[in-house]
Write a protein that binds this ligand. Structure first.
Ligand code: PGA
Length: 255
């Protein structure tokens, strides 16, 4: 069975000293040889802020992957405040979140921008973690499938077909992010199934290796149930990934 992905998104949290202490607690858990079997059966990654990436990489156990929270859609040049894909490669970033609903909402990122980021990341061998999801309004109006399909269509336009199986998709219903309201197992299962079907419509059998994550109020209590749902290849965890103990419990919940 393929390894499940347990990814943490720290958003705009943690100073360098907070990162040091998180990494310290995590290291002491992983020093215990009996935990090797647990960490080796999953793929774990964390997305600190840009300013914390190097510090995190220098202090965390080498088995934890480095994730960036965003990237510019341009290679270089006059983009004050932006970070390029080559800069992420300099820091040996493995994954990069794109299309997170907070970036869409507060930085007005569009599917078109996300598409450029996706294709740029793939061309430079960083794995995009493409976040998609519907608002509460869209959910209540039964528009979830249409919204997800449009996001997939537009964000994955002109993708390099030979690399499509590298992309990770995180389904994060916006109404479940940071609200303590998780989608029901039924909703998650149905959405995973329809996302899979749509990806196979777009990319045929090549889509079968694309990993699908669920995100939105995943915590140390509900993780086991969520990770057991058919079609869930992992989770993207916000708030609960800030606490090393809670995040470790979530890692232990993987299949
Ligand atoms: P949450 O955030 O787990 O705090 O709901 C998830 C995310 O934003 O990726």
């Amino acid at each position: 069975m393929a390894k499940q992905l347990i990814l943490g998104n720290w958003k705009m949290n943690k100073s360098l000293s907070d990162i040091t202490s998180f990494c310290g607690s995590f290291k002491s858990v992983l020093k215990d040889k009996k935990n090797d079997a647990i960490i080796n059966k999953v793929i774990v990654g964390i997305a600190p802020t840009f300013t914390g990436l190097t510090h995190f990489k220098n202090h965390i156990d080498h088995r934890i992957h480095l994730i960036a929270q965003n990237v510019s859609d341009q290679i270089s040049g006059a983009r004050t405040g932006q970070i390029s894909v080559d800069m992420l490669n300099d820091l040996r970033v493995d994954y990069c979140l794109i299309g997170h609903s907070e970036v869409r909402q507060y930085l007005h990122e569009t599917n078109h921008d996300i598409n450029k980021k996706n294709n740029l990341l793939l061309s430079k061998n960083i794995i995009p973690v493409l976040c998609i999801g519907e608002t509460l309004d869209e959910f209540e109006q039964h528009k979830t499938q249409a919204v997800l399909q449009k996001q997939l269509n537009e964000c994955l336009a002109d993708v390099d077909f030979s690399k499509i199986d590298k992309v990770v998709i995180a389904y994060e219903p916006i109404w479940a992010i940071g609200t303590g309201k998780t989608a029901t197992n039924e909703i998650i299962k149905d959405c995973m199934k329809s996302i899979k079907q749509y990806l196979s419509h777009l990319f045929a059998s090549k889509s079968s290796h694309i990993k699908l994550l669920y995100g939105g109020s995943v915590n140390e209590i509900n993780a086991k149930d969520i990770l057991a749902i058919e079609g869930v290849d992992g989770v993207l965890v916000g708030g609960a990934s800030l606490d090393p103990q809670k995040f470790w419990t979530i890692i232990q919940s993987a299949k």
